[in-house]
Design a protein around this ligand. Sequence first.
Ligand code: NAP
Length: 316
Amino acid sequence: MMSDLRDTVILGSGCAGLTAAIYTARAGLKPLVLEGHEPGGQLSITTLVENFPGFPEGIQGPELIGNMKKQAERFGATFELTHLSKVDLGVYPFRLETGTSEIRAHTLIVASGASARWLGLPSEQALIGHGVSSCATCDGFFFRGKEIAVVGGGDSAMEEALFLTRFATKVTLLHRRDQFRASKIMLERAIAHSQIELRTNAVVDEVLGVEEKEVKGLRLRDAISGGLSELRVSGLFLGIGHEPNAKMLAGQIDLDEEGYILTAGNVLTTRNGVVVPGVFACGDVQDRRYRQAITAAGSGCMAALEAEKFLEARGH
Ligand code: NAP
């Protein structure tokens, strides 16, 4: 196996990882970015980003992320379209395996983000790609002229429902409670939209159509009465949040009960509460509270500055 020694390796190429790449590249650390399963992260599958400062008219997520990547490359960051199969933080420089190569790293910046969450129903899993999706921007086009449902009560669900009205004739937004997590502005937009119907206390019990290999409808359960009903739809989109991608580090750094990386002093990782020198975490993989593009970028910057400081203190 080939071995490559790097000053800085960044896991993940979303907003946090790319910001860390821009900063470490400008500091001359020639970072290697392992792009992971979802290159560009969540922004690459979103539509208009209206709240990233500096873009008064908003900017498309893929364009924003593409610009960040170009900016990092301009300063010497390199990218590999791969993900990690193994990490060993017990040796220094840290040892990382990608399946085809071994990389040794003086500093590691974990920016592996979070991935879409599923309901976990066997019928849902069986129909992924056959009418069940967690990415409206990727798959919305296939539902032109059809009726679909979106599950969730947060901003992601509102955003997906609003976006999907471009294709679907009707979008039923199903939420398991009657209180929404979504911001007021997003919720109001969904409520006001003539093609969106909001249904509360609605739990998806089963996705219908497994035998036909395409979504035919949903069996819904009323969370209060327990009563069952059917909703005829051709598609189901999940907008129920994300799970942090930190499993490969379990046991080597501290994670919280939901699997988010616990950080001290913003981006320092710990093991049994003691700081792990040289390993930093930023973005959604360590942020269960804010989870915004701008906060991810901010923490990516912090991780880069900490990595730089760490290497400088070692006379690197
Ligand atoms: P979220 O705020 O955590 O909301 C997840 C929603 O899914 C909740 O309503 C939750 O229901 C529901 N849910 C979770 N598991 C479920 C299950 N098994 N079955 C049914 N429903 C389930 O996640 P998010 O909407 O992805 O937003 C995450 C962060 O990104 C937020 O800070 C948000 O503001 C931000 N964001 C912003 C924008 C924007 O500004 N344009 C767009 C997208 C996301 P309960 O409420 O009952 O727990």
